[in-house]
Design a protein around this ligand. Structure first.
Ligand SMILES: NC(=O)c1ccc[n+]([C@@H]2O[C@H](COP(=O)([O-])OP(=O)(O)OC[C@H]3O[C@@H](n4cnc5c(N)ncnc54)[C@H](O)[C@@H]3O)[C@@H](O)[C@H]2O)c1
Length: 311
């Protein structure tokens, strides 16, 4: 069993990744400044003697170096980030600090303290609004926000560090992740967590466009599993891979599941499509299967049911 360091551990994906690492018997040290994460996401993890949490800013010089030197992990899973595309447009300097400088500090701490593996939370945002679907890892990288640009730059920083030797880097380009603990109050929050909140409140959701738009929605449990595989499996080489299902789910499909659980909630309100909204997004999942042995397993309807029951 290994020692794994998780940045952004109190976040949506970070807390599920931490839970999974602990369930598999690993020792976990997490860091989070609670900027968009919540301590209550780690309620179960904090009961474990194999888990500790530091409340600190990973973009501050010396923080990561100190924590990594003390814990001596085999792997770092780097999830901490400014996660709002909108905020990255409004404050590009903050985006750079939290999404690029922090990555440089992760790479430096790994090199300084002999960490052998980094798993990085990249994003389908690096592809921009390509219409050539399904999107393979070879697709042109044309990010359309400072957030996407920073994710692409971070991949480059980490892969260059790996090329220098002694370090394996896996960059995970997540598609639309959803599940319990996703914060519906966040600006960046996925459409599913916003729908979940509306249905819970007994209010109709608004669909922009005809509802036929599709996304590659993936359960956070699958994403956490991909993170753990990449951090703990032997024999991996550095590289990038989409973390997606390869299946398109329309908003109408999503609404149908919610409607079946909340028959008293009025049907959705349709509003004109918003300019700039991507109509379809779909990833090609084959590389993650070939390089990590990972394939998404949780059907969207089942994961939606879990979210709805989670309360
Ligand atoms: N949720 C998605 O659909 C999705 C898609 C693509 C990529 N990602 C990436 O996955 C990662 C996790 O995202 P999430 O959805 O769990 O969001 P989240 O906001 O729940 O998690 C991010 C966590 O990082 C913490 N954090 C931010 N800046 C920090 C700093 N400087 N120091 C310490 N902690 C800091 C936050 O408090 C939060 O707990 C992010 O890197 C995000 O860009 C998410």
């Amino acid at each position: 069993m290994g020692k794994i360091f998780v940045t952004g551990a109190a976040g949506f994906i970070g807390s599920h990744t931490t839970d999974r690492l602990l369930a598999e018997g690993h020792e976990v040290s997490g860091v989070d400044n609670l900027r968009s994460g919540h301590r209550h996401n780690l309620t179960e993890a904090l009961k474990s003697p194999s888990f500790r949490l530091a409340e600190a800013d990973v973009a501050e010089a010396g923080v990561l170096d100190c924590l990594v030197a003390e814990f001596q992990p085999e792997a770092i899973i780097h999830l901490a980030a400014l996660v709002s595309v909108q905020e990255s447009i409004q404050d590009p300097a903050l985006n750079r600090r939290l999404n690029v400088t922090a990555t440089e500090l992760v790479a430096a701490a790994a090199r300084a303290h002999g960490v052998r593996r980094i798993v990085f939370a990249s994003s389908a945002a690096i592809y921009g609004d390509t219409t050539d679907l399904p999107i393979s890892e070879e697709a042109p990288k044309r990010p359309i926000s400072p957030y996407g640009e920073a994710k692409l730059a971070s991949e480059g920083i980490l892969l260059a560090a790996a090329a220098a030797g002694g370090l394996t880097v896996r960059c995970h380009r997540y598609f639309n992740v959803f599940g319990p603990r996703q914060d519906p109050a966040s600006q960046y929050s996925g459409v599913i967590s916003i729908f979940d909140r509306r249905y819970r409140d007994g209010k109709p959701v608004t669909i922009f466009g005809d509802g036929q738009q599709t996304r590659d929605f993936i359960s956070v449990h699958d994403v956490a599993r991909a993170n753990v595989i990449a951090a703990t499996s032997g024999g991996l080489v550095s590289g990038v891979a989409n973390i997606c299902t390869g299946r398109a789910t329309s908003l109408l499909d999503v609404v149908a599941v919610f409607a079946s659980h909340y028959p008293a909630v009025p049907p959705p309100t349709l509003a004109p499509a918003r300019s700039g909204d991507i109509v379809h997004s779909l990833g090609r999942p084959e590389r993650a299967r070939a390089e990590l042995g990972f394939a998404a397993e949780v059907p969207v309807a089942e994961a939606l049911g879990e979210l709805i029951r989670a309360g």
